[in-house]
Write a protein that binds this ligand. Structure first.
Ligand code: GCO
Ligand code: MN
Ligand code: MN
Length: 388
């Protein structure tokens, strides 16, 4: 019986804000006591995580004195050393403080935009100090409730200007750093700019240093937008832009739930894990989720272990799917190609186009073939439910 023990090469990571989440929601206060960053690192060590990620203010409170800052860093560094955890990703909180009530990089107020850049440069320094190679930018407040308030074209330009500035900053400092942009359609804003991973990919192509910038897609965010998450991930991967990933789960059409990975749409989670493993994605598997509000810290550990265990079980199932003779014979039947169309397909030439225009096709005969996708899907379900 497999034990599904995580290994460092699995690269399972959690943010300080995930297992450190205290259960506050818009209708109720915190129900778990606060833990220091160092305590959270020890907890992550216990559940077998490889790394821990942080927002600047998860680690250092926004108003900390330099003495307090040094003390926190010292404890955090010790916890990392004791547990062997690394910091693969860092980010900046541009959404909590009241100054960001109307956005950060896209705010109408130039003072807010300037402060957001200053805060982000300092967060980059902090991340790099702890060895991070990926800096995530999630613009939770970059949006509107009323479009009377902002011009979306200005917002795009301001966002571009900020990210170009930060890329130049990292280059000038000679940091070995890449940026990963995280899209979300709404929450906390009524509407957030660049609402999906696809929007982000299009935006990245317009930057001064597109090679330094990729995406950090999140399951919940694409599900909130009603989108097939794995397809977004595949598009990012194919474009060489899958720099990071946020794993969790989410019922569509609801508030932002941040559920334990795989706990809502197991089949979607299976195809996602299968995709990541099949293509050999080598980045962090970051669980950006949190435990139910019903839990104490034992429950939080159950939650974190559950994320990891489900991922590993699905990875096993993906291997089984790839090795299953019946499934694979259907897959090759579906993809059969006798080469007869090579004459017409592929790169354009005038001769090819002329030949193709003259070629008769028996539409009815081609369309009459059943594709056996029902059988293939049921075999997948059988496999997932342990009946194969
Ligand atoms: C959310 C987001 C955040 C970001 C985090 C890192 O819905 O709140 O997913 O958790 O991932 O701020 O930038
Ligand atoms: Mn989220
Ligand atoms: Mn996220």
């Amino acid at each position: 019986m497999a034990t599904y023990q995580p290994k460092p090469e699995d690269k399972f990571t959690f943010g300080l804000w995930t297992v450190g989440n205290r259960g506050r929601d818009p209708f109720g206060c915190e129900i778990r006591e606060a833990k220091t960053p160092a305590e959270i690192v020890y907890m992550l060590g216990e559940v077998g995580a490889y790394g821990v990620n942080f927002h600047d203010n998860d680690l250092i409170p926004i108003d900390a004195t330099s003495g307090e800052t040094e003390a926190i860093k010292g404890e955090f560094r010790k916890a990392l050393k004791d547990t062997g955890l690394v910091v693969p990703m860092a980010t900046t909180n541009l959404f909590y403080d009241p100054i960001f009530k109307d956005g950060a990089f896209t705010s109408n107020d130039p003072k807010v935009r300037a402060y957001a850049l200053q805060k982000t440069m300092k967060a980059i320094d902090l991340g790099v100090e702890f060895g991070t190679g990926i800096f995530v930018l999630w613009g939770g407040r970059e949006g509107t409730e009323t479009d009377a308030s902002k011009n979306p074209v200005d917002a795009i330009k301001r966002n571009r200007e900020a990210i170009n500035f930060l890329c130049d900053y990292a280059l000038e400092k000679k940091y070995d750093l890449k940026f990963a942009l995280e899209a979300k359609p709404n929450e906390p804003r009524g509407d957030i700019y660049n609402p999906t991973t696809g929007h982000m990919l299009a935006f990245i192509a317009t930057l001064d240093h597109p090679e330094m910038v990729g995406v950090n897609p999140e399951v919940a965010h694409e599900h909130m937008a009603g989108i097939n998450f794995m397809h977004s991930v595949a598009q990012a991967w194919e474009a060489g832009k899958l720099f990071h990933i946020d794993l969790n789960d989410q019922y569509p059409g609801r508030y932002d739930q941040d559920l334990r990975f795989g706990s809502r749409d197991l089949k979607a989670a299976f195809f996602l894990v299968k995709f990541l493993e099949d293509v050999g994605y080598a980045g962090s598997r970051h669980f950006d989720a949190h435990a139910y509000r019903t839990e104490d810290y034992d429950g939080v550990k159950d939650f974190a272990r559950g994320c990891i265990r489900t991922y590993l079980m699905l990875k096993d199932k993906a291997k089984q799917w790839n090795a299953d003779k019946e499934i694979q014979s259907l897959v090759s039947e579906i993809n059969a190609d006798d080469g007869a169309m090579n004459l017409f397909l592929g790169k354009y030439s005038a001769a090819k186009a002329a030949a193709l225009k003259a070629q008769p096709f028996d539409r009815a005969a081609i369309a009459s073939r059943g594709l056996k996708y029902e059988r293939l899907d049921q075999l997948t379900i059988d496999l997932l439910l342990g009946s194969r």
